[in-house]
Design a protein around this ligand. Structure first.
Ligand SMILES: Nc1ncnc2c1ncn2[C@@H]1O[C@H](COP(=O)(O)OP(=O)(O)OP(=O)(O)O)[C@@H](O)[C@H]1O
Ligand SMILES: [Mg+2]
Length: 470
């Protein structure tokens, strides 16, 4: 959510981009549940293989989150490495949809030399709380009947032409109005992929362009189409309109941390694009909470609690856990999902005071565990691993032979699913190097000579008794 910046694309070059970058969880697109909440097995499982109980449990939790009945507690996903905990959490975010903020983080992120641990947590908490603001804005709205960029000679270079202004005609039921707009607005028009026949509105103050949909005068008779058709707007082109915007509390913090911050939400919005990083203080947050609360009371804004997902939660220390406990109690709190692959272990930060420290399940103090609903992920059988492996090789565009698949699944049973999934790409390189059409047992064996898994590596280093730091 935070990391995907909008980039302007060259129109012809966007066809092959999708397959070139493959993320580890790209084959999973949700929890794969039926209407009645039971897990789908086989086609329609959204990429999932097995793990049915955990998926069904996650389905219940995501329903509770949708009903906003999950506040004040946390969900803990516990299980062996590579059993799909991170994938489950991401699936929950899929189920919740794009309107609910989802902020993923890893436990070790809190350790930074510049910022306090609790500060990092606080920031992420606020990223996971959304605010839906209704504002009345001055806009120009209508169907585009003319869209002409007017070019001018560029005085700086001999060849290029620049756009000096854009002429747009907007049509409503009442009439048509021609606007002469700044070239910067033309850029946002291109970004929104607006063309003649679309219904748009342009904010008078900021020049932001929003595409509402395609005019229904252009509607076709196809039943299945991605396009949304909307009727021609009534009323004047230039009017006041209620606009709904989704932002997070962190966006508000950032916008207001800038020295010259406006007091109303409207001027804050305008600043969001020019984010320059300045300190966000507790005092500032307090003030923002006050403004937000008053907006909520007035009915201008609505709070949308999202999800904060802390992966590898055993990396947090006692100070962070204490903070988490308190933050869960507060009235403005997101839903919290934790994940860990540890069993009994020492709670970080308790061993400093001498002795062994506090040993607790999953390295989480018991008072926080008390607030958790725990979902267990189970290890995979060889058959299940086979299905995931062939699914994954399809997603990555690799050819995997039946015998090699068998061998890999066997190996996965002794190591982990994660390990064998990671060996797919290097194995495919080996097979290509030896001019084989698909990954075959030879490649898998060769890979065994080149790389070792974590357990073998640990056994090996222990056996040679030569610690790396002597
Ligand atoms: N049941 C499943 N069906 C399909 N793919 C799965 C399943 N379980 C795990 N995977 C895939 O296996 C890989 C490892 O899973 P994931 O990263 O979720 O494990 P994890 O439980 O978070 O492990 P760790 O404890 O090491 O963080 C991912 O690519 C994930 O998408
Ligand atoms: Mg994980």
């Amino acid at each position: 959510m935070a990391a995907t910046g909008e980039t302007s694309q060259i129109p012809q070059a966007n066809t092959s981009a999708r397959e070139s970058r493959v993320a580890t969880h790209s084959h999973i697109r949700g929890l794969g549940l039926q209407e009645d909440g039971s897990a789908v097995v086989g086609t329609g499982s959204a990429g999932w293989v097995g793990q049915t109980t955990a998926r069904e449990a996650c389905g219940i939790v995501s329903d509770m989150i949708k009903l906003r009945k999950f506040s004040g507690r946390a969900l803990l996903l516990a299980g062996a490495p590579g059993t799909g905990k991170t994938a489950l959490a991401l699936s929950i975010s899929h189920e919740l949809g794009s309107k609910v903020p989802f902020c993923p983080m890893v436990g070790s992120e809190v350790y930074s030399s510049e910022v306090k641990k609790t500060e990092v947590l606080m920031e992420n908490f606020r990223r996971a709380i959304g605010l839906r603001v209704k504002e009345v804005k001055e806009v120009y709205e209508g169907e585009i009947s003319e869209l002409t960029p007017v070019e001018a000679e560029n005085p700086l270079s001999g060849y290029g032409k620049t756009i000096s202004h854009v002429v747009i005609s907007l049509k409503t039921v009442k009439g048509t109005k021609q606007l002469r707009l700044d070239p910067s607005i033309y850029e946002s028009i291109q970004k929104e992929r607006v063309s003649v026949g679309d219904i748009v509105y342009i904010e008078a103050n900021t020049g932001a362009v929003k595409r509402v949909g395609r005019s229904d005068a252009y509607a076709t008779s196809f039943d299945l189409e991605a396009e949304e058709y909307v009727p021609l707007p009534k009323g004047e082109v230039h009017k006041k309109k209620e606009v709904i915007q989704d932002i997070t509390l962190h966006d508000l913090d950032m916008a207001n941390a800038r020295p010259q911050g406006g007091q109303d939400v409207m001027s804050v919005m305008g600043q969001l694009v020019k984010g320059r990083r300045t300190e966000i203080t507790d005092k500032l947050r307090g003030e923002i909470n006050k403004v937000v609360n008053s907006y909520i009371e007035q009915g201008i804004a609505e709070l949308v609690p999202g999800v904060l997902f802390i992966d590898e939660v055993h990396m947090l220390d006692i100070e962070c856990f204490t903070y988490l406990n308190r933050a869960l109690e507060s009235t403005i709190s997101p839903h919290v999902i934790l994940a860990t692959n540890r069993g009994m272990c020492t709670v970080k930060g308790t061993e400093d005071s001498g002795g062994d420290g506090i040993v607790s399940p999953h390295g989480i103090p018991t008072d926080l565990l008390d607030r958790c609903m725990i979902i267990k992920t189970t290890p995979y059988s060889k058959e299940e691993m086979k299905v995931v492996l062939s699914l994954r090789s399809k997603v990555e565009g690799l050819k995997l032979g039946e015998a090699a698949l068998d061998q890999l699944a066997e190996k996965g049973a002794n190591t982990s699913l994660r390990y064998v999934l990671q060996t797919l790409t290097p194995a495919s390189i080996l097979s290509k190097n030896s001019n084989r059409a698909e990954i075959s047992p030879e490649d898998v064996s060769e890979l065994d000579d080149l790389f070792i898994d974590a357990k073998t590596s640990a056994d090996f280093t222990a056996a040679t008794r030569q610690p790396h730091s002597s």
